[in-house]
Design a protein around this ligand. Structure first.
Ligand code: NAD
Ligand code: DAU
Length: 357
């Protein structure tokens, strides 16, 4: 089974993973056009895509996935034959303090996008069609000390964020089962890399270390996450889009588990040298804070199906990826100061989800 898209609608392409995906896909597919639909929430930043200004393959449309008329017009005018759906509210802490927008964007927005995509697919105006839902390992809930999430693991979301993503995944499944629509679903572990918004752990650490601010570690710091470089995720998505059988679900992961406190110590130590600080200085910024409510203990992805069916495996070692990521943030302080103004600043001046630091 192979599918060659000619005109992609990418939603949420001004965010972290979406923008990395667009850069990667355009470089690998000079024949394919991309329309990026993004409403530019606090997490969407056109600075992530300045390298594509003037590129005839790429166009940006500011708009909401919940705007059915706009989505329908773009699908028809651009003769879209594949939707790659990243747009979402993506931060667990924000879903605890304000769940409603998560349901509106992640559940209802996805349903509107599915419905308009169904009409486009059924109109017969394109030869073939795919709808690829970018989901998360968080829909599976939390693991104990051992074991892995497989595609057969029952959904058991624990946060309003992950519950909204699980709701969207089930709608995607329903559109395949009910209408026969050619949908795909990927569930990836934690990403890291360039353009990662500094509310998430790794860029937050880098940002705060540079500014000598406290490094909030939730609870005992022993929660485990499985980290994958965002460029490896981008290639995995392209692989699934082109090679997977419609209706299928694929886990994506780096087989790279870290306790949070070990990541915090690593980033501190790598930045001591780069910032000319004495060894151990950055670790003195570590501050344990109240735990995130409902904090999932451990995520670990079994991505064997993706490797055996479609031949994908990650290229980055964590050692290389984290060093490059830290250097990217040091070289892109202007980007960091732009995205950390306004709404971000209001959020972080008022609270950390784990409690005041
Ligand atoms: P992000 O928060 O950095 O970006 C989300 C983007 O979606 C932003 O550009 C935002 O402006 C846009 N957006 C939000 N609501 C919209 C709406 N109603 N209409 C149009 N655009 C809208 O998120 P991310 O970290 O890049 O995650 C992208 C996707 O990948 C999400 O669906 C997320 O659930 C999933 N995911 C993320 C990770 C991770 O580690 N970051 C891991 C697995 C899966
Ligand atoms: O697993 C995939 C998911 O990874 C994605 O679906 C989400 O969109 C993405 O945000 C991410 O969710 P996490 O909750 O795992 O990521 P976050 O960076 O918020 O937190 C990583 C871990 O670090 C988590 O155990 C909470 C902890 N943490 C986080 C922050 C922001 C801290 O200890 N301190 C912090 O300040």
């Amino acid at each position: 089974m192979s599918f060659t898209p000619s005109s992609l609608l990418v939603t949420g392409g001004a965010g972290f993973i979406g923008s990395n995906f667009i850069h990667s896909f355009i470089a690998n597919n000079p024949e394919c056009r991309i329309t990026n639909l993004d409403c530019l929430t606090y997490a969407g930043n056109l600075e992530n895509l300045t390298a594509l200004e003037g590129n005839a393959q790429y166009s940006f449309v500011k708009g909401d996935i919940g705007d059915a008329a706009l989505v329908a017009r773009l699908l028809a005018e651009q003769r879209i034959d594949a939707v790659v759906h990243f747009a979402a509210e993506s931060h667990v802490d924000r879903s605890i303090t304000g769940p409603e927008i998560f349901v509106r964007t992640n559940v209802l927005g996805t349903q509107i996008l599915l419905e308009e995509s169904r009409k486009q697919w059924q109109s017969g105006s394109v030869a073939d069609f795919r709808f690829l839902q970018i989901s998360t390992d968080e829909v599976y809930g939390s693991l104990g000390d051992t074991g892995y999430f497989t595609e057969g693991t029952p959904l058991a979301a624990n946060s309003p964020y992950s519950a909204s993503k699980a709701g969207a995944d089930l709608l995607v499944r329903a559109y395949h089962e009910t209408f026969g629509m050619p949908t795909l679903n990927t569930r990836c572990s934690n990403n890291y890399g360039p353009y990662h918004f500094p509310e998430k752990l790794i860029p937050l650490l880098i940002h705060n270390i540079i500014g000598k601010k406290p490094l909030p570690v939730y609870g005992d710091g022993l929660n485990v996450r499985d980290w994958l470089h965002v460029c490896d995720h981008a290639v995995a998505i392209e692989t699934v889009l082109k090679k997977a059988i419609p209706g299928s679900v694929y886990n994506i992961g780096g087989n790279n588990e870290w306790k949070n406190i070990d990541i915090v110590n690593l980033v501190c130590d790598l930045l001591d040298g780069r910032l000319g600080r004495v060894a151990g200085e950055n670790r003195s910024l570590i501050t344990f804070v109240k735990d995130r409510p409902g904090h999932d203990r451990r995520y670990a992805i079994d991505a064997a199906k993706l490797t055996s069916d479609l031949g994908w495996k990650p290229c980055y070692t964590f050692e290389q990826g984290i060093a490059e990521t830290i250097d990217w943030y040091l070289a892109n302080q202007k980007w960091v100061s732009e995205v950390t103004s306004g709404a971000y600043r209001d959020y972080y001046q008022n609270q950390y989800c784990g409690g005041a630091v």
